[in-house]
Design a protein around this ligand. Sequence first.
Ligand code: PLP
Length: 402
Amino acid sequence: MENERVVYLDNNATTRVAPEVAEVMGPFYTELYGNPSSMHFFGGGVQKHLDEARRKVGELIGAAPEEIIFTSCGTESDSTAIWSALRAYPDKKHIVTTRVEHPGVLNVCKFLETQGYRITYLPVDPEGRLNLEDLKLAVTPETALVSIMWANNETGVIFPVEEAARIVHAKGALFHTDAVQAAGKIPINLRDAKIDMLSLSGHKLHAPKGIGVLYVKKGARFSPFLMGGHQERGRRAGTENVPYIVGLGKAAELALKNMERENAQVKALRDRLQEGLLKTIPNVRVNGGGAERLPNTANISFEYVEGESILIMLSEKGICASSGSACTSGSLEPSHVMAAMAVPQTYAHGSIRFSFSVYNTEAEVDFVLKEMPPIIERLRAISPFADGKPLFGMDACETHKH
Ligand code: PLP
């Protein structure tokens, strides 16, 4: 839909490519198009730009350039980390993760369960926080890998991964973190951390979609996912996506340089929206509001209404946000994150994620604050649940679809 006005508050889904990033990528399509593996000067000239990007990405997360492997996306990085750990420790058949991971980790674990692996899914409390005592009890000599996300994509809740990694290392398992939502948004320094592997994704930090990174700590056991050529020191075969890698290098440089200022900016916008909604609309809650959170994310539930209905009505006004719930096979399921947090049923279905970037403005927030109360009022007026009837199952989904 081509809206006259687009208010894009879905930056945890993807971000605008920064103009500075698009600009540095351009020459690598039509001028500097050599293959970095080539022996001749033309390819070699490209190689040094890859080296530069690798250094910049390393700086963003406190890693050495040799510890950075470029991949195609965060999902590839997650899969590589998990499969690598299982190959590194073929006798260990246990993985520990959390109930609130992204499908990039959860669905691999679910598949592995069908292949004879045992998976422990750690719970979270009602604010979305992890209890490290649960982690200590879960890791055994059989554990090959613990994979815990740095920040949750739906709520922005931040996990204490550095502490978790120390616990896991002391027990002799590998530690991976999915930092796709954290990288570029909060400081990360892997230099003294016990984190063996970390995933990040370019399109969450103003680089293009389709470029990711897997950090592998020097000395950690590693086995490649894609095998073939000797690219990335034999750790990820396939000719490098040079323009995207250069773009990610620039995005990493910008994120590091501007992080403090941009965080203050997006947090002010996020808090303005959150406070405004709580003030003007009754029966609203902030999911994970009591936990340490990413400064750009607010997950807000509106009681007695269904998230998808809100999203459709917001979309008609040009406002882009997202919801964790989905009408699947005729039944309305709250998101696995809301379910793990035991968000009350009357709220769990009406959760909306607003996620900001530095390109958002106060005027946009005020526009949402103006549009939101009548939308919720209208939906509550037609909601069959607001008068106390149950809020489960097919009927909930069907009612709002028609
Ligand atoms: N992990 C988390 C926490 C994410 O939020 C996402 C994307 O939404 C991914 C992994 C997947 O990243 P990509 O889209 O680059 O495959």
